[in-house]
Structures are given as C-alpha cells and as structure tokens.
Write a protein that binds this ligand. Structure first.
Ligand SMILES: [Ca+2]
Ligand SMILES: [Ca+2]
Length: 158
C-alpha cells in the first residue's frame, strides 16, 4: 500500500493505493527476461531505461516518446528556475527503484540536486500523476545546468 497525495480543483487529498511493487516484480509482470531486465537496459530503444519505464508507468517493450521527462523553466518573482516535469506511476511509489534527482553543468559530473515540488496533477485513469519539480536556486547568472533522474542498480549476485 502507498499513500498518494494529489491535487483536485477543490483541495489537496491523500488516498491509499494498493499498488506498490518491487522492480523485479514489475519486470516479471512486464514480460522482461533475464537477458533484458537490468535497470539500465532499454530493450524497446525509446531512450528510457527499464527503471525509468517503471517510474513513469511505461511499457519497457514498446517505444513511447511521450513519456520522457521534460525540462523547462519557470519564473518566480523575476528569477528563473530550471524544472523537470515527468509522469510518476503509482506502482513506482515506495518501490526499490532508488530514484535520485541529479544536476550537472557539463553532463560529465552529476551531483544530487535540491528540488522542490512546483505542481502535481493526478491523472485518474492512467494510474500515474504528473509532477513538476524545480530547483531551489535560480539559474539566473549561473552556467548551464542539466537535470536528470537516476536509479540505483540492482544488487549483483553474490
Ligand atoms: Ca525503454
Ligand atoms: Ca517504452
């Protein structure tokens, strides 16, 4: 079970969700095999790793470009902040994906990013909600910054 916060027109609610899976339960249910079930693999070649597929509620064996996380900018009181918008599947909440948000200025060295919620919309039929997180420090005057979602690898055998 997982607690799902969501925002509706008349307020913010929390509901109980029966969905919560481990990565391997999800991979098995999706039909992944020992040859293609590592979190970093991308058997459908849609540039989303299996771990990201689980996170956004995608199908790891079918290309779905519309589920990619999208970077953006918001302006608050004259300052601009980098955002990352993405789907998050209910079954990936409280899972063992070990997701982390990271930032980089050169796409080589990645560090943990401080992000806060900017908006969150529930998609009732799709079993996922759409979140936008933003950085806590403005990009104004800073070098280029990139954001990404990364996932812990599966523990190796032995
Ligand atoms: Ca994929
Ligand atoms: Ca896919």
């Amino acid at each position: 079970m997982a607690l799902i916060p969501y925002t509706a027109a008349d307020g913010i609610y929390v509901k109980l969700s029966p969905w919560s899976q481990t990565y391997l339960e999800w991979a098995d249910q999706q039909g992944l095999t020992p040859e293609n079930l590592e979190k970093f693999q991308d058997p459908d070649n849609d540039q989303m790793s299996n771990a990201l597929e689980m996170f956004v509620g995608g199908n790891p064996l079918k290309a779905e470009a519309h589920l990619h996380p999208v970077p953006g900018l918001v302006e608050i009181e004259g300052l601009r902040y980098l955002t990352l918008s993405f789907y998050q599947a209910y079954h990936a909440l409280n899972s063992d994906l070990g997701e982390e948000f990271e930032k980089s200025v050169d796409l080589q060295i990645w560090k943990k990013a401080e992000l806060i919620s900017h908006s969150s919309l529930q998609g009732p039929a799709a079993c996922r909600y759409y979140q936008t997180l933003r950085m806590t420090t403005p990009i104004t005057g800073n070098p280029r910054t990139f954001l990404r979602i990364s996932f812990q690898e599966l523990p190796s055998d032995g």
